[in-house]
Design a protein around this ligand. Structure first.
Ligand SMILES: NC(=O)c1ccc[n+]([C@@H]2O[C@H](COP(=O)([O-])OP(=O)(O)OC[C@H]3O[C@@H](n4cnc5c(N)ncnc54)[C@H](O)[C@@H]3O)[C@@H](O)[C@H]2O)c1
Ligand SMILES: O=C(O)C(=O)C[C@]1(C(=O)O)C=C[C@@H](O)C=C1
Length: 306
């Protein structure tokens, strides 16, 4: 389907789940005249080529960003600085630079100092993903009905407007946010929950050694949801925690306090406390559903390696 061209040429750096999904959708809807992509490993570039994630794949990031109007950094957070340093001398004057990192303050601090005067940095975070990674994981509907949060560094209204329109065209609802606020919110809604899932599955794995395969064999739906989350990419999540340290530790501190309170209620047989607590949390879930905001529910079956 041909759509409105928002950027003439878009360069995607790092061809995994997010870049692959963007590349497919941008091409499908004609949101750019050309999508150029690159990744550091040759097998990834070959896979991306075979899957048609971009119009053109280049061997280096320097080549990919040449004459690009928008450059989107889609690499793990720990790789953002090196990529920014590499592309900086090759950026077109006036180019818009963005990223999709799950943490915003650390990415701004890593990338912004390398960007030449006259380029416009509009960091973004699509609140959409799956536990799959790599070029095979991408699919064009990934961002449909999800949020995309922007934490603009530039004050250039046209750059912000075009990045907003791109994410809207990819299917997302877009909102601007202060980067520190973003990191605090995501610590609650995404980062701490992932760590809890990793821990729970780790505990079950330890138990498995005691009970053979019972933990897996009889795993109930709740635990299976944890295993899906805990199957997420180790590099990505290592970098998330190392780069959103303070906010995540703050939430984990609160979590531990609540866990101790619940543990005590179980030990002392305080059924009233447990009932009140679970009634409160159930109301939160119902509020989300009533507000029509249950758009983050995982869509099983999508994003699986093809
Ligand atoms: N997966 C999610 O659920 C999700 C959701 C929203 C945002 N994000 C963010 O998007 C970014 C990419 O995540 P993804 O899920 O697409 O990851 P991915 O692992 O699927 O893809 C990452 C790509 O970056 C490349 N890469 C890795 N290290 C590199 C380096 N040092 N230099 C150059 N390229 C390198 C890899 O080869 C791969 O092509 C991350 O910053 C992540 O925080 C992820
Ligand atoms: O559904 C999933 O697999 C996700 O965990 C996606 C999820 C999230 O926590 O919602 C994970 C990290 C991203 O930065 C954004 C989205």
């Amino acid at each position: 389907m041909a759509g409105p061209v928002i950027f003439e040429r878009i360069a995607l750096i790092g061809l995994g789940l997010i870049a692959g999904s963007m590349g497919l959708r941008i091409q499908q809807d004609g949101l750019a005249r050309e999508v150029v992509g690159t990744s550091r490993s040759a097998p990834t570039r070959e896979a991306a080529e075979a899957l048609g994630l971009c119009h053109r794949i280049t061997a280096t990031a320097a080549e990919a960003v040449r004459d690009a109007d928008l450059v989107v950094l889609c690499v793990p957070i720990g790789a953002m600085e090196a990529v920014a340093r590499e592309i900086a001398p090759h950026l077109k004057p006036g180019a818009v630079v963005s990223d999709v990192g799950s943490v915003k303050r650390a990415v701004i601090e890593a990338v912004q100092p390398h960007l030449p005067e006259g380029t416009h940095f509009v960091p973004a975070h699509p609140l959409a993903g799956t536990e799959h990674s790599g070029p095979h994981a991408g699919f064009p509907e990934l961002f449909e009905n999800r949020w995309c949060l922007l934490t603009p560094v530039t004050t250039d209204a046209d750059a912000i407007d075009r990045v907003t329109r791109l994410w809207q065209a990819l299917g997302s609802n877009v909102e601007a946010m202060d980067p520190d606020h973003h990191d605090r919110v995501l610590a609650v809604t995404s980062h701490a929950p992932h760590l809890i899932a990793y821990t729970m599955v780790g505990v079950a794995d330890d138990l498995r050694r005691v009970t053979d395969s019972e933990v897996i064999k009889y795993s109930a739906a709740g635990f299976r949801d944890f295993t899906r989350i805990a199957a997420s990419d180790p590099v990505m999540w290592r970098d998330v925690f190392l780069n959103n340290r303070e906010a995540t530790l703050e939430i984990l501190g609160r979590f531990t306090e609540e866990l101790f309170a619940l543990q005590r209620a179980i030990r002392t047989g305080d059924g009233e406390m447990l009932h009140d607590y679970f009634t409160r949390t159930r109301a939160i879930r119902r509020g989300i559903i009533e507000a029509g905001q249950d758009t983050a529910a995982p869509d099983f079956g999508r994003g699986k390696p093809r």
